[in-house]
Every structure is written in C-alpha cells, then in structure tokens.
Ligand binder design. Structure first.
Ligand code: MEV
Length: 429
C-alpha cells in the first residue's frame, strides 16, 4: 500500500526523490520523464491556453507528506513559491496522523448559476411566475447540457430572490434567479454558464423583464468540504513549550482571528497557503476558490476565521474547517496542462469530492502550522532559514555556494541580499 510517510525525503536530491517516487509507484509512470523535464508545459500548449503567450511561468512543485485522511494515505502535490509552507504542512500532517489523521466529508458538488432580471412591472408576480415554471426551467437548463445529465448530474433546483425590494430606482431593484447544478467531477463554470445563458429568453418571457447577467456564482455554498482533527496536547509539545501551552496559544490565536478582521485576514491567508498550492497543482481555478473561501468566512455577517480551534472535554485540541470548494478533476485546464494530470495521478483521488476533502485537510494543517509557530518561537526563525537559500540565489550564489552562504547568513543572524552579496564576493576571491 502507498504510504505518505517518507522519512528523509527533505534531505534527498531532486533526482533521488524522483527515483524514489518511481520506485514507490506513486504515479502511473508512463510519462514521468515528460513531467520531470525542464519544460513540462510546452509553448505550443501554453499558446493554445491563453492569448499573447510569450513564455511559461513555472513554480516549484513540492510534495506535502504524511497526510492520513479518512484512513487513506495522500502524497499532496503543492505548487508554491513561499518557503516553509510544504515543510510546515508535512510537519503538522505528521502530528495529526499520530492522532489518527484528518476526518473529512463533502456535500454533493452543487454549483450556482445566477440570472439577473430587471424592469419587471411587478417583481412579486414575476417571481411567482418563475417559481411556478420551476420544473420546466430546470428541464430547459438540462437540455442545454445533456452530457452532464448522462453522467448523473445536472440542474436540480432553483430559487428566486428580489433584491432591494423597497427601492424605487430602476437600477437597484432586481430579481435574481439561482439555478443549482450538480456538476459531478467538473468545476463546472462552463457548464453552469452555458445553462444560464440558454435560459435567458425563457426567463424574459416568464417575467416580462430584461435579463442582464447570466453567470456562475463563486460562492457555491452547496458545494462544501469539511475537515476535522483532534490532537492530544502531548503531540504538540516541543523542546521549549508544553503541549498545553501550544494548545491554549492556538485557541487564543483562533479567538483573536474570530474577533478581528485585521487578524482574520492574515490567519486565513495562512489557511489559503495550504489550499492554493493544491488547487494550482491540480490545474484548478484558485481565484474562484479564494473568492469563495473569503466570502464564506463572512457568512455570519462579519469577516472572521475560516478555521475554528477549541478544546474538547478530554483536553484535546480540536480543529475544524468548512469551505466551499469549487474544484474539479476533469475539464478546463486540468485536461490540458500536463502537470495537473501528473499532480492528480500522484494524489490518487477518484472524484472532485475527494480532491475537495484533501484540500481542506491541507488548509487546516497549514493554518495549525502557522499558529503553532506563531505561539511558540515565531515564524521568522524557520521561515528565514528557508528563505536564506532564495536570498543567496538572488545574490548570485550557485551550486554548493547556496548552502554555504545560506548557513553563514543564518549563523550571523543577518539574512539580507546585501550580506549574501558580500559573502558571494568573498567566496569568489
Ligand atoms: C504567512 O504566509 C502566513 C502567516 O502570516 C499566517 C498567520 O499569521 O497565521 C504566518
């Protein structure tokens, strides 16, 4: 059985890591050499993906290790430029696996398409007309995308709201139709947009109004994924801090974020540090996931923490995260970008629901990694130690110089490009 515990992976060369992965058969291997080439996304493919292409923009792809989620092992591909994120996720995943791993679940993948209707003579009569025709509207939506219905998905529900009902301005009073669509394993933006665009004439007929916007909502609150972990404090202790101190610090950090948007946004950025790299590596739309996650963090009327941390009756630290997760395992750039196919292969998920669950587990781990560092030694020590390598490279260090100069800067507690340049010059002399 595949394991995500690979002790010493951190210390291996890139080539040795690749060989080990091949040996462990963590991916199917047919095209491994293409994925491991210097330019896995060819210019031809890139030129077919967007406009005005002049090159590609690679990011480091690391592997989050040690993840045990619902008793299944996951090696998690993460595409990110920020040092310490992958290490921190793997560190927390190791602690959580010792406590039994993450427990996750996901709802059906129901996305929302919105249709904006203005200029109806009577908004309530228009609303009733739409609600009366609900079944035929849903049928019409499905006839715009029969292949989705054949895969077991499709439009399944509808509701209608009147916005700014009391207003007498023609610009503010409007009717909004929501079409709820189970998009199966696709993220679903194209599916939903096709459906709502096709419905516009019918909606105009039924309401006597004029349709303007017909577009997916990036707040898919019927497409949720949840992760939970329960950690005995002993697993949180380090050389300087007791497990209880770390646990209490994490809960206090959560309460801070939950009460103050200035802190919440940074706390949540730490959670998204885990989420975005997996979303990116698997070829998904990270702007959509970001937008939905932050909006969901304000669902109770004020912007607050995405995660929650508390202490249970046994004194364990309990972490929870629930987010809308509009990711897919098919469609869009996932089928086009060779690295996303590779990442999904390594991750070994069989559905978009499963991918969504892995992503929220990584987000929860990442948030705890940041909080654990913040309530103990602070993030700068670990962060700057890793960052020192980038600083050395920025100053012109190459090969063995990188490690040497990075260590000299750490020892001197002076991690700056200026310092690194001095050391590079001294090395060359
Ligand atoms: C840095 O990328 C993320 C943190 O700021 C998150 C946090 O403060 O919780 C460390």
């Amino acid at each position: 059985m595949k394991t995500s515990r690979i002790p010493g992976f951190y210390n291996m060369s890139v080539e040795d890591r690749r060989q080990l992965l091949k040996k462990m058969q963590v991916f199917s291997g047919e095209k491994a050499n293409d994925f491991f080439s210097e330019e896995p996304l060819s210019l031809d493919t890139a030129d077919n993906m967007i406009e005005n292409v002049v090159g590609t923009f690679p990011l480091p792809l690391g592997l989050g290790l040690n993840f045990l989620i619902n008793d299944k092992e996951y090696i998690v591909p993460m595409a990110i430029e920020e040092p310490s994120v992958v290490a921190s996720a793997s560190h927390i995943a190791k602690i959580v696996r010792e406590a039994g791993g993450f427990q996750t679940e996901a709802t059906d993948r129901v996305m929302i398409g919105q249709i904006q209707v203005v200029g109806c003579d009577d908004m309530d009569i228009a609303k009733q007309a739409l609600l009366k025709a609900k079944d035929t509207i849903i049928e019409a939506a499905n006839s715009a995308y029969p292949s989705l219905v054949a895969r077991g998905g499709g439009a399944e529900d509808m509701d209608v709201r009147v916005l700014n009902e009391a207003s007498d301005s023609n610009y503010t009073k409007m009717l909004v139709v929501h079409i709820y669509v189970n998009t199966c394993d696709a993220m679903g933006a194209n599916i939903v947009n096709t459906m709502v665009e096709s419905l516009a004439p019918k909606v105009e007929d039924l309401t006597g109004g004029k349709v303007y916007l017909r577009i997916l909502s990036n707040l898919p609150d019927r497409c949720l994924a949840r992760a939970r972990c329960v950690i005995p404090p002993a697993l949180l202790a380090d050389k300087t801090f007791s497990g209880e101190e770390v646990r209490d610090g994490v809960v206090l950090a959560y309460e801070f974020a939950d009460s103050d948007p200035y802190r919440a946004v940074t706390h949540n950025k730490g959670t998204m540090n885990g989420i975005d790299p997996v979303v990116i590596a698997t070829g998904n739309d990270w702007r959509a996931v970001e937008a939905g996650a932050h909006a969901y963090a304000a669902k109770d009327g004020h912007y607050s923490s995405m995660t929650s941390w508390s202490v249970d009756e046994k004194g364990n630290l309990v972490g929870e995260l629930e987010l809308p997760m509009s990711v897919g395992t098919v469609g869009g750039s996932i089928n086009v970008h060779p690295m996303s196919k590779f990442a999904l292969d390594i991750l070994d998920v069989t559905s978009a629901q499963e991918l969504a669950q892995v992503i929220v587990a990584v987000g929860l781990a990442q948030n705890l990694g940041a909080l654990k560092a913040l309530v103990t030694e602070g993030i700068q020590k670990g962060h700057m130690a890793l960052h020192s390598r980038s600083v050395a490279i920025a100053a012109g260090a190459t090969g063995e110089m990188i490690d040497m100069i990075s260590k000299q800067m750490i020892d001197a507690k002076d991690i700056r490009v200026g310092k690194a340049q001095q050391l590079v010059e001294a090395y060359k002399r």
